[in-house]
Ligand binder design. Structure first.
Ligand code: FAD
Ligand code: NAP
Length: 326
């Protein structure tokens, strides 16, 4: 591992943000290198039907969409490297990254390492993941049109998911482990007013109930933490909304990161607090968390990186001339 692979622009992550950044950067002749990480294709490779990707009117399977994005990035000359990065040095350019298989350096870096939804860790939750258990109402809510569903959690995400689902589903249970929601007051008021929503307080999900062949959810078993009472509800979908973990471990203490671990960028920009380092997609976005928004931010990051690199060029040329005249 003694050789360092240098490139002008390195993109970290192969989800919609990373691949979109690669398409734009490659078309701008930046010859980007994209490091895929262990989850090549990102979160969408863990799902089946994606029904809200614009242009795919009949829907598309997550892995197929990500395969197409990879081919699109490669078509314009992106070099795709299967590696996982373990350490980074981003104090000043060239930025250095150390992976399982190689060392890298770059003049500009786009971080698109995404995030993962937190789950409760139940066996039954795992068994029905993608088959009745989801962590994204915007993505999967439509599959439960006119059906009964449950949302687990009491934060802003859980309340927003419950309100979103209440427009689609016939009944929404919001199950929260305490007797007070963490969500903002204005959201709580909307939730409490909604005739289709029933809040189940002081309760945790003990088990997702369902059929195995074909796998489908038929209900939930709940335990009241105060009384110990165990009850069941009939639902066809369970939405776990207990928070997300952005993949920013590598950058802690090196870039500005907020209290919840998301990379902070300038308003209306993907620029981080280090010039030349940009962040796009779920790694910096706790609000939308969608493929199309991640892709949009990937585009922004590539355009901003291109401008940053172009502005460096006269300085680099001067440096080159000075060395040549020595
Ligand atoms: P991700 O897709 O999370 O990709 C992150 C990338 O970073 C991965 O390739 C990973 O390997 C890489 N990486 C991480 N750490 C490292 C490292 N140390 N070194 C190198 N690489 C690294 N959105 C929709 O719009 N519609 C849907 O229908 C939909 N369905 C979903 C279903 C499921 C089950 C899930 C989990 C999510 C769904 N989403 C959906 C949300 C969508 O997948 C995300 O918003 C989107 O993938 C975010 O893209 P991203 O590029 O920011 O990151
Ligand atoms: P969050 O605020 O951390 O809330 C997580 C919720 O899940 C809490 O109610 C928590 O219960 C519950 N929970 C956590 N672990 C659990 C477990 N193991 N079992 C049962 N319940 C569990 O997460 P979030 O709602 O995803 O929000 C994250 C951040 O994004 C917040 O800052 C939020 O304000 C922000 N956000 C903002 C908006 C908006 O402004 N519109 C929308 C979405 C998110 P306790 O309350 O008991 O801890």
């Amino acid at each position: 591992m003694s050789d360092i692979k240098h490139c002008r622009l390195l993109i970290l992550g192969s989800g919609p943000a990373g691949y979109t950044a690669a398409v734009y950067a490659a078309r701008a002749n930046l010859n980007p290198v994209l490091i895929t990480g262990i989850q090549q294709g990102g979160q969408l490779t863990t799902t089946t039907d994606v029904d809200n990707w614009p242009g795919d009117a009949d829907g598309v399977q997550g892995p197929e969409l990500m395969d197409r994005m990879q081919r699109h990035a490669e078509r314009f000359g992106t070099e795709i490297v299967f590696d996982h990065i373990n350490t980074v040095a981003v104090q000043q350019p060239p930025f250095r990254l150390s992976g399982d298989s190689a060392e890298y350096s770059c003049d500009a870096l786009i971080i698109a390492t995404g995030a993962t939804a937190k789950y409760l860790g139940l066996d039954s939750e795992e068994q029905f993941k993608g088959r009745g258990v989801s962590a994204c109402a915007t993505c999967d809510g439509f599959f439960y049109r006119n059906q009964e569903v449950a949302v687990i959690g009491g934060g802003n995400t859980a309340v927003e998911e419950a309100l979103y689902l209440s427009n689609i589903c016939s009944k929404v249970y919001l199950v929260h482990r305490r007797d007070q929601l963490r969500a903002e007051r204005i959201l709580q008021d909307r939730l409490f007013r909604h005739p289709k929503v029933e809040v189940i307080w002081d309760s945790v999900l003990d088990e997702v109930l369902g059929e195995t062949n074909p796998p489908s959810v038929t209900g939930i078993r709940l335990r009241n933490l105060k009384s110990g009472a165990v009850t069941e509800r009939v639902v066809e979908g369970v939405f776990v909304a207990i928070g997300h973990d952005p993949a920013t471990q590598l950058f802690r203490g090196k870039l500005k990161i907020d209290d919840e671990g998301y990379i902070v960028t300038r308003p209306d920009s993907t620029a981080t607090d280090i010039p030349g380092v940009f962040a796009a997609g779920d790694v910096k976005d706790k609000v939308y968390r969608q493929a199309v928004t991640a892709a949009g931010m990937g585009c922004m990051a590539a355009l901003e990186a291109e401008r940053y690199l172009a502005a460096l060029e006269p300085a680099a040329e001067q440096e080159h001339l000075a060395v040549a005249s020595e």
